[in-house]
Design a binder for this molecule. Structure first.
Ligand code: NAI
Length: 328
């Protein structure tokens, strides 16, 4: 039998946590033959609700779930962690300045990064879901100098999945026929969903669509503002689809991308495509044997270049702001 993988989830008592934990425990995160031990990290006010969720996890009698531990101490929460899903974050509230948002999140992600540095397993893989995800990942990474920088990633898979679905609808194709779609940049309204290299049933997606106006005025804003549209419709932010994307992100990272396809992940830049080294930006990546690589050699047209640059500019500004606050 395989040794269980330790999976730590922060913000476990929140909305995304509730949609996420059951799928981790049922084998969707790592594989149907991989036993898991869950650690739920919450703040003191969240502990009771996390205990309730743990009771329900017990009641599912998942064969793969070999233990649940609940704590509000990051050193305990990340002890021996192989996979860490950092979901708990401080959301932007009305009238909140960006500096306040970044420093509030610095207060969460800096200590968590340090606790990961000091306690996690050598093979730790980190996914930051909590917003602003890219910059929170940068803060956690900076606090974990002993962990290889590339183990800190931010989630743009929800944007990727949203783009797949919108493109499938527009072209009357199946999502499974679409390959090589890319989200570039920040997980924010400036992100750029790129279909110029995408294929639909083997044909170039931009040529199939053949409608730059739809691309600029409908597709890109629909994907980028989908989170707000969900809040408007549901009266609550996207939780199940965010949890699903977190599952997809880690599953792909661990188990690999399909031949001929790639995915989108927020990862530390190595300078590819003019993205300054070290910024955590979304790129097209292939995954194999638990490692990812940026897809190289793509031609970036003017339409794409301007949009990638704008999103990267925003990431630079966020980085400068957290630098000024002493968070990195
Ligand atoms: P929520 O408010 O329902 O839950 C957040 C939970 O985090 C709460 O239970 C809270 O007690 C906990 N928490 C706060 N600080 C913590 C800390 N220091 N340690 C451990 N737990 C802590 O929020 P929800 O809906 O689950 O969303 C979580 C985050 O995910 C938000 O920041 C949201 O903006 C982000 N998000 C990111 C997406 C992406 O695509 N990257 C998509 C959707 C949401």
């Amino acid at each position: 039998t395989r040794t269980p993988v330790n999976v730590t989830v922060t913000g476990a008592a929140g909305q995304i946590g509730y949609a996420l934990l059951f799928r981790i425990a049922s084998g969707h995160l790592l594989g149907a033959d991989v036993p898991v031990k869950l650690r739920l990290l919450e703040i003191p006010q969240g502990l009771k609700a996390a205990e309730g969720t743990a009771m329900e996890l017990d009641d599912c009698a998942f064969p793969l779930l070999q233990g649940i531990e609940i704590t509000d101490d990051p050193n305990v929460g990340f002890d021996g962690a192989n996979v860490a899903l950092l979901v708990g974050a401080r959301p932007r509230t009305k009238g909140m300045e960006r500096g306040d948002l970044l420093s509030a999140n610095g207060g969460i992600f800096k200590p968590q990064g340090k606790a990961i540095n000091d306690n996690a397993a050598d093979d730790i893989k980190v996914l930051v879901v909590g917003n602003p995800a890219n910059t929170n990942a940068l803060i956690a990474q900076a606090a974990a100098p002993d962990v290889p920088a590339e183990r800190f990633t931010a989630m743009t898979r929800l944007d990727h999945n949203r783009a797949l679905s919108q493109l499938a609808k527009k072209t009357g194709s199946a999502v499974s026929d679409i390959k090589r779609l890319t989200i570039w940049g920040n997980h924010s309204a400036t992100q750029y969903p790129d279909i110029f290299h995408a294929e639909i049933a083997g044909k170039n997606a931009a040529e199939v669509v053949n409608d730059e106006k739809w691309l600029a005025d409908t597709f890109i804003p629909t994907v980028a503002k989908r989170g707000a549209a969900i809040i408007e419709a549901r009266g609550a932010s996207s939780a199940a689809s965010a949890a699903n994307a977190a599952i997809d992100h880690v599953h792909t990272w661990v188990n690999g991308t399909a031949a001929g396809d790639w995915t989108s992940m927020g990862i530390p830049s190595d300078g590819s495509y003019g993205v300054p080294e070290g910024l955590i930006s979304s790129f097209p990546v292939t995954c194999k044997d638990g490692k990812y690589e940026i897809v190289q050699g793509l031609d970036i047209n003017e339409f794409s270049r301007a949009r990638i640059d704008a999103s990267v500019q925003e990431l630079k500004e966020e980085r400068d702001a957290v630098r000024e606050l002493g968070l990195i």
